[in-house]
Design a protein around this ligand. Structure first.
Ligand code: HEM
Length: 413
């Protein structure tokens, strides 16, 4: 099987309003000035790169587009189009992926019941069941490096947390967490610009989950996979068809790992450079709740996509059927028309209606879990490592595209 990986665009961007490149190295590292420019200069930016797309950057546009589900469909939420796999791989994938990854890749009516199935398992109360084990996990990670006086806050800490928590919820042994992380990166990070990598990763995730589903059918337990196999919701088929359960489990792995790890990583990156914020969080522990919201706003990791269902003009822009729209929630959260001093991190910001978890019918179903993981990760770190700084700010690396966050972030203490 060989398909050409999408070629990287080597031409530097001359005009971000008409030719933006979401994988441009400078943009991935520091996208904020570009978003300011786009908000000033054009209603909605456009590019032909990576399969072509439109990119709104204001809070108002993001809200409006997310609300208009008839024209802006969720049928393909990936932010880049880099071609299709070979026919053979495609056939295999279609077999496995027959329903996509509901609810994120579905529109109503399927979206409505597939989301309703999930929500009870992600309530604040349900998520609290995993808090103590998440604390234990964070402590044991810190134990591994605290005596060395240095660690990579992204690799040794942030990256290790969400994969283990979701493994525990799905009833999967935590030793497999490292594999999940690699598969998810293959799908959402490296695979975004390389179709072979992406389909290979998708196949690995599906075949692994398929084994797990078969095992739970034979031996149900107190875990999310067993729950989904017998869950009921208004409007849903009874029982839920197996491909649907598989698609949803796929989503839980893919949606919960890179995202939360990136948010925790960005929070650590920020705190490493802002000792006053660390001190405030230690002296005023109740600040953690607004602080998590503010860090989510300022360093929102997730951009999703929509596909235009029919030719339509939006804000003076002639959008065509099947055009891609990049839902740049992170840029909306830095919109000065909505947030005062948007580029400042104000831990106790009083009014903070950020949309890091999206907005509208697809708003993140795992937000309570993500918030719990971020809160616990920051609290446990600061208890043991109250003072720390970046070892070399220039050596920090970032991933971008669908999910933005630090991938290497060495700190010393
Ligand atoms: C800080 C971490 C996270 C961020 C920033 C985040 C962000 C988002 C965003 C922006 C969406 C909306 C997608 C859209 O509009 O197309 C979304 C949807 C979703 N997220 Fe999260 N997410 C995070 C963590 C999680 C976790 C831990 C889980 C569960 C394990 C999860 C599960 C989901 C699901 C199931 C959806 C689809 C909801 C629907 O389509 O109705 N997310 N997330």
């Amino acid at each position: 099987m060989t398909t050409e990986p999408a070629k990287r665009h080597t031409e530097p961007v001359k005009d971000w309003t008409t030719d933006y490149d979401i994988f441009d190295a400078g943009y991935v590292k520091d996208p904020f000035p570009v978003w300011d420019e786009l908000r000033e200069k054009c209603p909605v930016a456009h590019t032909e790169r990576w399969g072509g797309s439109w990119m709104p950057t204001t809070y108002e546009d993001l809200r409006k587009i997310a609300a208009n589900i008839e024209i802006f469909s969720s049928r393909n939420p990936l932010v880049a189009n880099v071609g299709e796999p070979t026919e053979e791989v495609m056939a295999d994938l279609e077999n496995q992926f027959s329903v996509g990854a509901p609810p994120i890749s579905s529109d109503p009516p399927v979206h409505t019941w597939s989301r309703a199935l999930l929500l009870p398992k992600f309530s604040i109360k349900e998520v609290a069941r995993y808090e103590e084990e998440t604390r234990e996990l964070c402590r044991s990670l810190i134990d591994r490096f605290i005596d060395k006086g240095r660690a990579d806050a992204a690799v040794d800490y942030a990256q290790q947390i969400p994969s283990r928590v979701i493994a525990s919820m799905l009833g999967i042994p935590q030793e497999r967490a490292g594999e999940f992380t690699e598969w998810v990166r293959g799908f959402l990070e490296y695979g975004l610009t390389n179709v072979d990598l992406r389909s290979g990763a998708a196949m690995q995730i599906f075949s692994f989950l398929n084994e797990q589903v078969q095992e739970r059918k034979a031996n149900p337990g107190d875990d999310l996979i067993s729950y989904l196999l017998q869950a009921k919701a208004e409007g849903a088929p009874d029982p839920i068809p197996e491909p649907h359960v598989l698609g949803t489990c796929f989503l839980l792995l893919v949606a919960g790992i890179d995202t939360t790890w990136s948010s925790i990583g960005s929070a650590m990156w920020h705190l490493a450079q802002n000792p006053d914020d660390c001190k405030r969080l230690i002296d005023e522990p109740e600040l953690i709740t607004p602080a998590v919201e503010e860090l989510l706003r300022a360093y929102s990791p997730v951009t999703m996509a929509r596909e235009v269902t029919r030719d339509a003009e939006y804000n003076g822009c002639p959008m065509k059927e099947n055009d891609k729209i990049l839902m740049n929630f992170p840029a909306a959260n830095r919109d000065p028309k909505k947030f005062e001093n948007p580029d400042q991190v104000i831990l106790d910001r009083e009014v903070n209606p950020h949309i890091a978890f999206g907005v509208g019918i697809h708003r993140c179903a795992g937000s309570n879990l993500a918030r719990m993981e971020m809160k616990v990760a920051i609290e446990e770190w600061l208890k043991r490592i109250p003072e720390f700084r970046l070892e070399d700010p220039e050596a920090v690396t970032w991933a971008g595209g669908q999910v933005r966050g630090p991938r290497k972030c060495a700190v010393v203490f």
